[in-house]
Design a binder for this molecule. Structure first.
Ligand code: 9MG
Length: 255
């Protein structure tokens, strides 16, 4: 899954693709580089980010979703808002990626009958507050329980089991130690039978391990994506598609 942020304030590529034509060009480039899915987001979810009004989010993402879908690209919409989900589905998106795990009122109904794929992610708190003081007694058990509960709620709302992807939400209300524990537990999470998505690309955790700023975290991010796949992730959400695809292809040939 390649990332297209149509936002002025993403931590890793803030403002580069705010213009719709730049965002569309980036989506096409990511497909050429080997992305199977392009994730389009119009509201930053970086720690401390402020919420964006629904009309502004729609203005940012809809032309991009529509243009990429028309090109035959499988588009996923990164949003927490049911109205954005509905309009993006009408515009042709194939997957809804909700970092809030479909907890907003009307979110499950927005996807239930549409026949789209869904990514339900775990987040403690909200983007505005989540990194203030993340706390768990047992992060792996609590995140797993939350995700299975969301999956069952989605199924009860009418989403086919085969369309549900689970995501532990690296960096979303987690310390580096929480992230490490969750990363090592990916095989356990995958064992429940739902595909697992891992998103670690250019995140603070990679910066903590390498000492590098976001723009210089490609090698660290590729290493983490590769390890996530080895640990059972079916989808990796990445900025650096070409490098990640190369690494995975080499590993597949040599393993
Ligand atoms: C939007 N977004 C930012 N980071 C993410 C992650 O780790 N997973 C998913 N599903 N979405 C993310």
């Amino acid at each position: 899954m390649g990332i297209v942020n149509v936002t002025p304030d993403s931590f890793s590529d803030g403002g580069r693709f705010l213009d719709a034509s730049d965002a569309i060009a980036q989506g096409l480039r990511l497909r050429e580089e080997g992305a199977d899915l392009v994730d389009v987001g119009g509201e930053s979810t970086r720690p401390g980010a402020a919420a964006v009004p629904v009309e502004e989010e729609l203005r940012r993402v809809l032309p991009v979703v529509e243009a990429l879908a028309k090109e035959g690209i499988a588009v996923s919409i990164d949003t927490m808002k049911p109205e954005v989900m509905r309009r993006a589905i009408d515009a042709g998106c194939a997957v809804v990626n909700d970092v809030y795990g479909f907890r907003a009122e009307g979110a499950m109904e927005a996807v239930a009958r549409a026949g789209v794929g869904v990514v339900a992610m775990h987040m403690q708190g909200t983007p505005g507050t989540m990194q203030k003081e993340p706390r768990y007694d047992d992060v792996v058990a609590e995140v797993t329980q939350f995700l299975l509960e969301r999956a069952h709620a989605l199924e009860a709302a009418g989403v086919a089991r085969a369309r549900i992807v689970l995501d532990p939400g690296f960096g979303f209300g987690k310390t580096v130690d929480h992230n490490k524990q969750l990363f090592r537990a990916l095989p356990q999470l995958a064992s429940h039978g739902y595909p697992v998505l891992a998103g670690v690309s250019r995140k603070k955790m990679i910066g903590d391990f390498t000492g590098r700023p976001a723009a210089e975290r490609t090698a660290g991010s590729v290493a983490a994506a590769l390890l996530a796949v080895q640990n059972g992730a079916s989808i990796v959400r990445v900025h650096d598609v070409k490098e990640t695809v190369d690494a995975i292809n080499v590993w597949m040939e040599l393993k």
